[in-house]
Design a protein around this ligand. Structure first.
Ligand SMILES: NC(=O)c1ccc[n+]([C@@H]2O[C@H](COP(=O)([O-])OP(=O)(O)OC[C@H]3O[C@@H](n4cnc5c(N)ncnc54)[C@H](O)[C@@H]3O)[C@@H](O)[C@H]2O)c1
Length: 356
């Protein structure tokens, strides 16, 4: 029997990698209903390889739209829901928090409610259709900031600082509440910074690469010594599949790459790559320190032991390998980069970095 996945935000960065991975690598009989509003961050070109593939059903709609969401549950009877759809950029949340609350909180509760209604089967021992699972994709940012030592575990108290992370934490609490109150089979995954193909070039790696290729200044927030734990997107997608199929309902799983780097180290790695492979004149002189982001968290570090011990997941991509694979991909897809960096993106870029 065909297993149906309802994936939201599947035209964004991680979502499109997830959908492509499912449909291109998996042998089982599956179907993906991809619900995406196509905001500035959604790009159907990411899914070009699936053109003509009837197992991929794309629906342009808002996760806040109750009627559309309920109709999709009714029509496709998904077994799995993976909620990637979100406003995802911290800088934008500082400029305009409202849309973050609307999509990240309101949209999540709309999906949870629809799943509960569609999956409820009082005659079943657990009260729901057997085997169903709702996975809320969250972030390590909900835990706040670390000092030089220590790691986030699943028991670290939530302490979000930006409107983005606060909205994600609120969504996590709602997902948890649907498990605690209604026993809806929910999991929450909290991952660190993802990198890989198809990332919108407002995020660090494609932004800096794009600027370096164009000999534009590379704007680094503050001293650039903020530490993030980098997770190759395919490793993340594999972890999500494992949690969907084998995770214990109601549990949170942290997903991290064991790849802590300062932002400055990332930028220097990109410049070194461009100098070696593309353009010898590019060097660290392009780095421009700009006023730090408001409330900028200093360090994130994930302890992924739980998912390792419980589900046998380990990140397989060392940063040195993943960054080269990622940069190679952007170089080979400069048409993709050029398309995305035109139009609306440029006016947004001007607003954030223009007067610094
Ligand atoms: N990128 C990271 O490093 C990272 C790290 C931790 C957690 N996350 C989480 O992973 C998820 C995916 O992140 P991403 O980087 O792929 O994001 P993204 O911004 O690249 O993609 C988000 C997608 O959601 C869609 N979307 C936005 N609002 C919507 C709405 N109201 N209805 C339907 N679709 C909507 C967009 O069109 C886009 O396709 C997010 O929930 C994010 O919070 C991302």
């Amino acid at each position: 029997m065909t297993t149906t996945y309802l994936v939201t935000g599947g035209a964004g960065f991680i979502g499109s990698n997830f959908v492509l991975g499912l449909l291109q690598n998996r042998k089982r009989d599956i179907r993906v209903v991809n619900l995406d509003k196509l905001t500035y961050a959604g790009n159907l070109a990411n899914l070009g390889a699936l053109e003509g593939d009837e197992r991929h059903i794309f629906v342009q709609a808002d996760i806040c739209d109750r009627e559309v969401v309920a109709a999709l549950f009714e029509r496709w009877q998904p077994r799995y829901v993976v909620n990637f759809a979100a406003e995802s950029h911290v800088d934008r949340s500082i400029e305009d928090p409202d849309v973050f609350v609307r999509t990240n909180v309101g949209g999540t509760v709309t999906l949870l409610q629809a799943a509960k209604q569609a999956w409820e089967q009082p005659a079943e021992p657990l009260g729901y259709r057997p085997g169903v699972r709702f996975l809320q994709v969250s972030t390590d940012e909900v835990y706040g900031s670390l000092g030089a030592e220590g790691f986030f575990t699943e028991d670290t108290p939530l302490d979000p600082h930006s409107p983005y992370s606060a909205s994600k934490a609120a969504a996590d609490l709602l997902a948890q509440a649907f498990f605690d109150t209604y026993r809806l089979p929910v999991n929450i995954t909290r991952c660190s910074n993802n990198y890989g193909p198809f990332q919108f070039p407002e995020k660090l790696i494609p932004l800096m690469l794009n600027n370096a290729l164009q000999h534009q200044p590379l704007p680094v927030y503050g001293d650039g010594l903020q530490v993030r734990d980098w997770l190759y997107v395919e490793d993340h997608c594999r972890a999500i599949e494992l949690v969907l199929e084998h995770g214990v309902a109601g549990e949170v799983y942290n997903i991290g790459g064991h790849n802590e780097r300062t932002n400055l180290q990332i930028v220097q790695a990109i410049l070194a790559y461009v100098a070696k492979n593309v353009d010898k004149v590019v060097d660290d002189g392009l780095i421009t320190h700009v006023t730090d982001r408001k409330g900028h968290d200093r360090r994130y570090g994930i302890d992924p032991r739980k998912i390792g011990e419980a589900l046998g997941w380990q990140p397989q991509t060392a940063f040195e390998q993943g960054i080269v694979r990622t940069l190679d991909w952007y170089l080979a897809h400069q048409d993709w980069l050029a398309d995305v960096t035109s139009g609306a993106y440029l006016s947004y870029y001007q607003k954030i970095y223009g007067d610094r």
